[in-house]
Design a protein. Structure first.
Ligand code: ADP
Ligand code: MG
Length: 697
C-alpha cells in the first residue's frame, strides 16, 4: 500500500463529509485503506434461480423469478403490512413488507416480472419472504450470474443509502482509481512457493468474485498475509526478548539426579522427560526462560515443575510455585513436602490466610536464602515478599492469572529476571498457543502416566435418573466417592441455585446411608474449604457442587463425575470437570445428563465428550464450534483483531503462514535482502499506520 491509501475517505467519489462522518463512527472506516480492507462477511450466490415450489427449510437464501399477481395491505397498527404475491410455474410466494409498505405499494407493479432475493421464513405452515430485495426482471440482469458480496452495515448507514449495496458501490468507485496503487506486499518467493494470488487480484476478487474458485483463492491469499504479518511480528518480538534478557545459568543437575535415581516413586512418561529436557535447555542457556507447559489434567505437570526446581536449587538459587487457590496451594505443598524432606530442602507455604508470625519467619528465611521452595497463592507476589535470589518462578493454571500478575513475578529478582514457567491444563493447538501467548515458548505433555484407566463417558437422559442413581450406589458400595455438578450462571443464578439445592436434597433422600456435601460460589471461603476438606477425607461421599470445584483438585478416590444439564456447559468446561475423576487406580466414569431436546451444537459437544478423552482433540473441536474468543476466557487485545482470517477456522493457514514467517526471519532476520523489500515496506507501513490510524478523534 502507498500513501494513496491514507487518503481520507471523504475524498472518495460518492462519500463527502456527512457520509464520511457516518463511516468513521459506524464502521471505523477513516481512509481508502480502511475501505479496501472492509471485507464482506458473506456472499450471495446469484448464479441460480430457485423454483417457488421447491423452496424448503434448507434454503438460507433464495433467488426467485416470477410475476406479481396481486398486492394487498393487510392488518392494522403495528401489524399493518404489504403482501405481494409472486408466482412462477410451480407456485406462489408471499412477499411481506412491514416497513416502507406504502412506498413499496406504489413501486411494485402487478403483472410484471421481478427478480426477488431474500431469506424465506416459515409461518403458519407456509413460506414467505419478509423484506426481500426486489428488482425488475430484465434480460440483462437475468443473464448476469454473479456472486454478490454482502457487507455488514448498520441502521444509521442504511438510512443514508449505505446498505450493503451502497458500500459495494463505494468499493467499486475506489477500485476504479486505485489499481496502480496496490502494491504486492509479499515477496515473489513466498507468492510462488505458496502459490498465492497476487495482492491486486486477491483484493479485487474478495470484493467482486467471479465464482467460488477465485473467491477462495482471494480469501486464502489475504488470510495468509494477515497471519504472516501477525506471526512475523510475534517471532520478531520473541527474538528481541531473547537477545535482550539474560538469564542465570543453571547447569548443575546434582540434586535433580539424586532425586531421579533414588526418590522418584514412578517412571516418568516420555512426554514428561521431553519437556524437562526442553526446560533444562532453557535454564542453562544464559537467556531468560519464558515457557508454557500445556498438559491435560492428570498428565503430571507438578512433578515436572518440581524436577525443574531441583535444577535451580542445585545451583544455589530459590524457587516459587504460585497456584490460583488456597486448596491448590495446599495440595501442591502436601504433595511435594515429603520429597523436599527426603532431600533435606527447605520449603514453606504462604497464603492469604497465613499468620503474621509465619509471614515474618518466611520473610527472614527468604531474604537470607535458606528457604529454597516457596509455594503459595498470589500472596507470593505481594511487595513484602523478597527473595535473596529467585531463580525460577512457576505459575500453575495460567488462565486464572492475568498477564500483569505474571509480570510482577519478573520483579521478584532485582538483578536478573527469574526464569518463568507457566502451566496450564487448557490444551489448545500449538500454533494457536504460540499466537495467543505470543512471547512464550510452548512445551506439550501429550501423554498420560501408564496404567491410568481411560475414563468412560456416558450420555444419559433426565428420565434415566433412577438408573444413574443405581450406578452411583454401586460405586459408593465399593467405597468410591462421586461428584454431581450443576450449572450456575449469573443470568439465571436464583433458579440455578434452587436446582442445586433441590438436587442436594434429592441426593440426601436417595442415599440416606451416605453423607453429601454442597459447594457453590456464594459460600464463604472457609465454608468452601471445610466442605472440600470433608470430601478429601472421605467424610462425605457425595459432593454436590457447581463448577467451583477447583481445577487441579486431586481426590483419587472419587471415581464418578455426574454433570447435570450437561448441554449448558462448554466443551472445555466439561473436559475440565471430567478431569476431576480418573486420578486413582480405579476405573472412573463421567455421566453427562441432558434432556431429550438438544440443539445440534449441544449434541455435537456431548458426542465429542463421549468419543474422546484427548484434551487436544477436544480443544480442536471446541475451537471449531466456538472460535478462539471464548477459549481463554480472557480478551487478548489486539491479537484477535483480525480483518479476514479466523484463528479457529483457519488454523491450517496459520500454521503455513507461521512457517513462512519463520523461514524469512531465519534467512534474513532484519529483512535486508532485496527480495524481501516488499515485506520490509509492509512492516514499515503497518508500524506507521498503527500510529496514523490510531482512532483518536
Ligand atoms: P496435572 O498435570 O493435572 O497437574 P498432577 O501433577 O497433579 O497432574 O499429577 C496427577 C497425579 O499423577 C499425581 O498424583 C502425580 O503424582 C501422578 N503422576 C505424575 N506423573 C506420573 C508418572 N509418570 N507416573 C505415575 N504417576 C504420575
Ligand atoms: Mg495441576
Amino acid at each position: 500500500m502507498d500513501r494513496f491509501f491514507d487518503t481520507r475517505i471523504e475524498f472518495l467519489k460518492g462519500v463527502g463529509p456527512a457520509k464520511a462522518e457516518l463511516l468513521n463512527k459506524e464502521l471505523e472506516i477513516f481512509s481508502f485503506g480502511d475501505l479496501i480492507q472492509y471485507y464482506p462477511f458473506r456472499y450471495e450466490d446469484r448464479t441460480k434461480f430457485h423454483k417457488i415450489g421447491e423452496v424448503n427449510h434448507s434454503n438460507a437464501f433464495v433467488q426467485l423469478k416470477g410475476k406479481i399477481s396481486h398486492l394487498e395491505m393487510v392488518g392494522a397498527g403495528r401489524k399493518k403490512r404489504l403482501v405481494a404475491y409472486l408466482s412462477d410455474d410451480t407456485g406462489e410466494m408471499e412477499l411481506v413488507w412491514f416497513k416502507g409498505a406504502q412506498w413499496m405499494l406504489n413501486k411494485i407493479k402487478v403483472g410484471i416480472g421481478y427478480i426477488v432475493f431474500g431469506k424465506p421464513s416459515f409461518f403458519n405452515g407456509r413460506f414467505n419472504i419478509p423484506h426481500p430485495e426486489i428488482d425488475l426482471l430484465t434480460s440483462a440482469n437475468e443473464a448476469t450470474s454473479f456472486f454478490q458480496a454482502v457487507y455488514p452495515s448498520t441502521e444509521k448507514l442504511r438510512s443514508r443509502f449505505l446498505d450493503s449495496k451502497g458500500i459495494s458501490r463505494l468499493v467499486r468507485n475506489l477500485f476504479s482509481i486505485s489499481h496502480r496503487h496496490i502494491r504486492e506486499s509479499l515477496s515473489e518467493r513466498i507468492c510462488n512457493h505458496y502459490r498465492l494470488a497476487t495482492k491486486q487480484d486477491a483484493l479485487f476478487h474478495v470484493h467482486f468474485p467471479k465464482d467460488q474458485n477465485t473467491l477462495r483463492r482471494a480469501q486464502y491469499r489475504l488470510k495468509f498475509e494477515e497471519f504472516f504479518y501477525l506471526q512475523l511480528r510475534l517471532i520478531k518480538l520473541k527474538l528481541t526478548r531473547v537477545e535482550k534478557f539474560k538469564g542465570q545459568v543453571f547447569n548443575s543437575t546434582k540434586i535433580l539426579t539424586e532425586f531421579y535415581n533414588h526418590h522418584l516413586p514412578f517412571e516418568l512418561t516420555n512426554a514428561q522427560k521431553k519437556v524437562i529436557k526442553e526446560i533444562y535447555g532453557d535454564l542453562k542457556s544464559g537467556k531468560q526462560m519464558n515457557r508454557l507447559i500445556q498438559g491435560d489434567v492428570g498428565s503430571g505437570k507438578t512433578i515436572v515443575s518440581f524436577l525443574c526446581m531441583l535444577v535451580v536449587i542445585g545451583n544455589g538459587a530459590q524457587t516459587a510455585l504460585m497456584a490460583p487457590t488456597e486448596i491448590l496451594a495446599d495440595q501442591h505443598y502436601n504433595g511435594l513436602k515429603p520429597f523436599a524432606d527426603e532431600l533435606g530442602l527447605e520449603m514453606a507455604i504462604l497464603k492469604g490466610s497465613s499468620k503474621k508470625s509465619e509471614r515474618k519467619h518466611i520473610a527472614e528465611k527468604l531474604s537470607d536464602g535458606a528457604l529454597q521452595i516457596l509455594i503459595g497463592t498470589h500472596a507470593l507476589i505481594e511487595d513484602a515478599v523478597q527473595f535473596k535470589n529467585l531463580g525460577l518462578a512457576i505459575v500453575d493454571e495460567q488462565h486464572r492469572f492475568g498477564v500483569a500478575q505474571r509480570a510482577k513475578l519478573w520483579q521478584k529478582n532485582q538483578s536478573v529476571f527469574p526464569h518463568i514457567l507457566v502451566m496450564t491444563a487448557t490444551p489448545i493447538p500449538r500454533t494457536l498457543a504460540m499466537t495467543l501467548y505470543g512471547d512464550l515458548d510452548v512445551s506439550i505433555i501429550d501423554e498420560l502416566p501408564a496404567g491410568r484407566k481411560e475414563i468412560l463417558t456416558m450420555h444419559k437422559y433426565d428420565s434415566n435418573r433412577l438408573e444413574t442413581f443405581g450406578f452411583l450406589r454401586k460405586q459408593m458400595a465399593q467405597g468410591r466417592q462421586v461428584y454431581i455438578v450443576y450449572p450456575l450462571i449469573e443470568e439465571s443464578e436464583k433458579l440455578d441455585l434452587k436446582h442445586l439445592t433441590d438436587g442436594y436434597e434429592a441426593v440426601q433422600r436417595a442415599f440416606p446411608e451416605y453423607r453429601a456435601g454442597i459447594l457453590h460460589g456464594k459460600m464463604k471461603a472457609e465454608a468452601k474449604d471445610w466442605e472440600m476438606q470433608r470430601f478429601l477425607k472421605n467424610e462425605t461421599q457425595i459432593m454436590v457442587a457447581t463448577t467451583v470445584i477447583e481445577v487441579g483438585v486431586n481426590v483419587p478416590n472419587a471415581t464418578v463425575m455426574v454433570v447435570e444439564n450437561a448441554e449448558r456447559f462448554g466443551l472445555a468446561q466439561l473436559h475440565q470437570l471430567r478431569g476431576r475423576v480418573g486420578r486413582g487406580a480405579d476405573q472412573s466414569y463421567c455421566i453427562l445428563i441432558t434432556g431429550y431436546k438438544l440443539t445440534r451444537e449441544s449434541r455435537k459437544r456431548i458426542n465429542t465428550m463421549v468419543s474422546t478423552t484427548n484434551g487436544f482433540e477436544i480443544a480442536e473441536a471446541d475451537l471449531k464450534l466456538r472460535g478462539p474468543g471464548d477459549l481463554l476466557g480472557t480478551q487478548q487485545s489486539g491479537i484477535l483483531d483480525l480483518l479476514i482470517a479466523d484463528l479457529g477456522k483457519d488454523s491450517q493457514i496459520l500454521e503455513i503462514a507461521r512457517q513462512a514467517a519463520e523461514e524469512v526471519l531465519t534467512d534474513d532476520p532484519n529483512l535486508e535482502k532485496a527480495e524481501n523489500a516488499p515485506i520490509r515496506q509492509q512492516v514499515k507501513s503497518q508500524r506507521k499506520s498503527s500510529l496514523n490510524w490510531s482512532r483518536i478523534s
